[in-house]
Every structure is written in structure tokens, then in C-alpha cells.
Design a protein around this ligand. Structure first.
Ligand code: F6P
Length: 527
């Protein structure tokens, strides 16, 4: 990918973190802070020279210019001919952002005002169902970007939520999801938010029609739909066709990518959950990180640093995956959210010119909250044959300071990073644990397993916004360096088209012309 970096990699690839940490100023040199986030990246298999070569790589990709193009609204999503302006959704400074000759900020603010009005009405118990009962259950029906962001942030900010409201999410086309989430609920107290950028997604529309039947079975009058459905979409016609009152529709725009849409109307369930002020604080946090990313020199720029570290492992160490390990139960859906954000953005093998790339692009993102992961998959990270860089995410203060839980939680986080980095040599095991050499080999930890520590004071709405934006921009930087389009997702189309075709074949006697395995499966299902 880059000759000078490749040569440098060959020179330092076997250097152990034990060696690198002999430099007593390493942690100071490899720690940066911004907007309430401290990034300690000292436990990475790199030297100052590595970083300076990586920054050079970013400069060669003209990263600063590309950042400017995104924020200005250039149509950088070229295969769809669209601007990429999720940053405008949280542009709290309200500086004009022009798309096709028009400032989009007034419309962004209008939708935020509409969302606020709806949220306040529901939270105050003033939104009533068809029978006059207060709405208590809010069910978001959406999938992908119209689900994962709101799910992650609703869990993430549960501490700040209004507890008498029951916020739920239905995404899977498997009816079990619908049936279980609505089990025992009173339709008269239930409001559905149908969240779909396109309003054509099979899973979402199927669930939405089932929801409509569920409400109509209780009320028997079409006009009830108005009181029990809100739509979040870019497709007004389809919303009207479905039967949702356009005054209950909140708009967003084609320049908002699904997986980057949490700050748009798609964030409505989060706003209802945590209230208008907290939602605006979330936007403030995003905006602070946006400004940091836009203005800060590359060497001090947290998303850039995180991205370059990822490139180092992905493209030089040939690492395939990256683990995200939040030591906070509220962030239990954070890795799942990042999976879509990262893998749908950078899972591409064609460069911007339309040529096949001859280097690795997006990594596999996965993770679970600590300490659960420790008792599941950390064994492989410590002693397996694969190198898995980890992001440890932790907070100084707990939102639930009960006994010494938090001290134990954080002690575990720091200990895992330390054990991964430095391990335990066979000699140390023989000196401290056993005299049996055979057993000592099994108890040896090679170490040299890299990680970042992302440290924050407390999980507030602002800090969650900044943390999400940190990762969003990391993904952007990597896409620029890999020279791929990060904002389309053609790779999910083929499966959708095939599924629709197979669906029609289930109910016809038509001769099947798939491959033998697919034909056999369809016949098995038909029978
Ligand atoms: O899975 C593909 C995808 O297009 C995602 O990018 C998107 O977040 C999801 O489907 C849902 O799309 P929509 O919001 O249009 O229903």
C-alpha cells in the first residue's frame, strides 16, 4: 500500500511493547485529549516514526481537503450523486450549509422543532390514543440505520430516560420480534414510529402493516391510524400511501446516510426517551467532535489518530478484525451499532475509479461489553493465534455508584489491556507459578496484543455524541485513505432483489432456475 510504511513495518513488526515501554515518556507522547475524551494509544505496536509515516499517508490522500469537502456539502457520495451531511444535523452553530444552492439549516431546525413538540407532548402524557388513553408504549419499527442508532442511544442514555415510557424496537421481519415486543401491550396505549429512509424496506414495511392491523383489530376505524402512527422518512408519497397522516411525518433528506442518521428525525425515539434537552446535549457533543475533527491538525486529531492506527494493523499487520469493548453496560449495543457504521461504509473492494483494490479495506468490527467478554472470547485475544486490536472504552464515574462495582469494573478493564500488552513470559511463570515447564508453556502469555484506551469522565448525552462522532469520522478517514466510497451500500442490494424473487416463487408452481442448492431449499420450504 505504501512502500516506506511497508519497509518500516518489516523493521519494527517484532518489537515488543515491553521494549517500547522502556521509554518513560511514551504514554505522554501517545496520549491526546479533546472534547472530554482521552485517547491513550501507547499500547500499540508502533513508534513515533510509524505515526509520522502514517500522518504522511493521510497527507498524501489529501485528507484535510476531503474533510472540507464533506462538511461543505460536496457530492462525495458519487455513486448515488449525493452530499454527505450528517454533520449539518448537529451543526449547533447554525452556520449556513448550502446544498444545491439552498441553505439546509432552516429546514434542519424546523424538523428538530417538530420532533421537540411531539416528544414533549408524549412525555407530558398529552398524546392520546383512539380511546383517549395516554400513550405509554412507543415502538420504533425500522432496521439497519433506522434501528441500530436509536437502539444504541436509547440503551446508552437509559439513565436519563423517562421511566414510565416504554420504548421498544422491532426490526426483524421474523414475526417473533413483533409478537414478543407487543406481547401484553394495550394497543390503545401504543404508538408506532415507522422509521425508514426509503419507506420501501421489506422488513420495516411488513412490520408496519402488521402493526396497522394490530391497531385496527382493536379500534376498527381507519382514522385511529393517525393517533397511533408517526413516520420518519424521506419518501412522503409512500408514507401517505401507507395511510399515515402527513402531519405525523417527520422528514429527512437524501444527504443523510441511514447509518449516519441518528441526529435526524430518526433520533425521535431517543428524544422521546431522554427529553428534548438531553437530545440537544447529544447533538452538542457530536458538534464538538465535528469541530475538533474539522479544525485540528492531523497529529492532534482523535478520529485521524484512531483511523491511522486501524490502517496500520489492517494493512501492514494483515489483521482482519477489531474489537470494541465498552466497560459500561449502557453501551451494550455500541459494538453492534459500529458494526453497521463501519462495515457497511468500508466493506468495499472497488476503488473510486472503479478498479479492484489490491489491499485490504474495512475490518470486521465486533465486541461485547466488559466484563462479559472476558468470560467468553478474551482467551483467544490473549493466547490465540490471531492478532486482535482492541478499543477499551471506560468512564471514571459510574451512573450507578453501588458498592465497589465500578472500581472492580475499571480494574478489570485496565488489567485486560495490561495483560494483553505485556503478557507473562515462561520464565516469569516458572519463577512465580510452577516449576513444571510443560504447564508453564500453557500459562505463558506472549503479550504484544495492542489496544487503545478511550477514557471519559461520565456517560453523559454530550459525551455519547462525541464518542459516536469520533468513530464516524474515523470511518471517514479510513475510507479516504483506502480511496473507496464510504457512503453507499450497493452490496446489500443483490440479496434484497433475490429475496423478493424467491418470495414470489414460494407461492407459485413456476419452474425454478436457481442453482441446485437454492432450488432444493425452495422446494423443501414449499412442501
Ligand atoms: O441494509 C441496507 C440499508 O439500506 C441500510 O443502509 C439502511 O440503514 C437500512 O437498509 C434501512 O433502510 P431504510 O431506512 O430505507 O428502511
Amino acid at each position: 500500500m505504501n512502500r516506506s510504511l511497508q519497509k518500516h513495518y518489516e523493521e519494527i513488526k517484532d518489537l515488543h511493547l515491553r521494549e517500547l515501554f522502556k521509554d518513560k515518556s511514551r504514554v505522554k507522547k501517545f496520549t491526546k485529549q479533546a472534547v472530554g475524551i482521552t485517547l491513550d494509544y501507547s499500547m500499540n505496536r508502533m513508534t513515533e516514526e510509524t505515526l509520522s509515516k502514517l500522518f504522511e499517508l493521510a497527507r498524501e490522500a489529501d485528507l484535510k481537503t476531503e474533510i472540507g469537502r464533506m462538511f461543505r456539502g460536496s457530492k462525495i457520495n458519487e455513486t448515488e450523486g449525493r452530499a454527505v451531511l450528517h454533520t449539518a444535523l448537529r451543526n449547533r452553530g447554525n452556520t449556513p450549509v448550502v446544498v444545491d444552492g439552498k441553505d439546509i439549516m432552516p429546514r434542519v431546525n424546523e424538523v428538530l422543532a417538530q420532533m421537540s413538540e411531539i416528544s414533549n407532548k408524549i412525555r407530558a402524557g398529552k398524546w392520546r390514543g383512539f380511546s383517549g388513553k395516554k400513550i405509554k408504549n412507543i415502538i420504533n419499527i425500522g432496521i439497519g440505520g433506522s434501528d441500530l442508532g436509536p437502539v444504541m442511544a436509547s440503551f446508552g442514555l437509559k439513565h436519563y430516560s423517562q421511566r414510565d415510557l416504554n420504548i421498544k424496537f422491532i426490526s426483524n421481519v421474523d414475526a417473533t420480534h413483533f409478537v414478543e415486543e407487543t406481547y401484553g401491550l394495550d394497543p390503545e396505549e401504543t404508538l408506532f414510529i415507522v422509521a425508514s429512509k426509503t419507506f420501501t424496506t421489506q422488513e420495516t414495511m411488513t412490520n408496519a402493516y402488521t402493526a396497522k392491523s394490530w391497531i385496527l383489530a382493536a379500534s376498527a376505524t381507519e382514522s385511529s391510524v393517525a393517533k397511533h402512527f408517526i413516520a420518519l422518512s424521506t419518501n412522503k408519497e409512500a408514507v401517505i400511501d401507507f395511510g399515515i397522516d402527513p402531519s405525523n411525518m417527520l422528514e429527512f433528506w437524501d444527504w443523510v446516510g441511514g447509518r449516519y442518521s441518528l441526529c435526524s428525525a430518526i433520533g425521535l425515539p431517543v428524544m422521546i426517551n431522554v427529553g428534548v434537552d438531553n437530545f440537544f446535549k447529544l447533538l452538542d457533543g457530536y458538534h464538538q467532535m465535528d469541530n475538533h475533527f474539522k479544525t485540528m491538525e492531523l497529529e492532534d486529531n482523535l478520529p485521524v489518530i484512531l483511523a491511522l492506527i486501524g490502517i496500520w494493523y489492517n494493512n501492514f499487520f494483515a489483521v482482519e478484525t477489531s474489537a470494541v469493548l465498552p466497560y459500561d453496560q449502557y453501551l451494550s449495543r455500541f459494538a453492534a451499532y459500529l458494526q453497521q457504521a463501519d462495515m457497511e461504509s468500508n466493506g468495499k473492494n472497488i476503488n473510486k475509479k472503479g478498479e479492484k483494490v489490491n489491499y485490504q479495506t474495512g475490518p470486521i468490527i465486533w465486541g461485547e461489553p466488559g466484563t462479559n467478554g472476558q468470560h467468553a472470547f478474551y482467551q483467544l485475544i490473549h493466547q490465540g493465534t490471531k492478532l486482535i486490536p482492541c478499543d477499551f472504552i471506560g468512564f471514571k464515574e459510574s451512573l450507578n455508584p453501588v458498592g465497589d462495582h465500578h472500581q472492580k469494573l475499571m480494574a478489570n478493564m485496565f488489567a485486560q489491556a495490561e495483560a494483553m500488552a505485556f503478557g507473562k513470559t515462561t520464565k516469569e511463570v516458572l519463577e512465580t507459578e510452577t516449576k513444571d515447564e510443560w504447564l508453564a508453556y500453557h500459562k505463558t502469555f506472549e503479550g504484544n496484543r495492542p489496544s487503545n484506551k478511550i477514557l471519559m469522565n461520565k456517560l453523559t448525552p454530550e459525551i455519547l455524541g462525541s464518542l459516536i462522532a469520533l468513530y464516524e469520522h474515523k470511518i471517514f478517514v479510513q475510507g479516504i485513505i483506502w480511496n473507496i466510497f464510504s457512503f453507499d451500500q450497493w452490496g446489500v442490494q443483490l440479496g434484497k432483489v433475490c429475496a423478493n424473487r424467491i418470495l414470489t416463487e414460494f407461492n407459485s408452481a413456476e419452474v425454478l432456475c436457481h442453482d441446485d442448492s437454492t432450488n432444493a431449499a425452495i422446494k423443501w420450504f414449499r412442501s
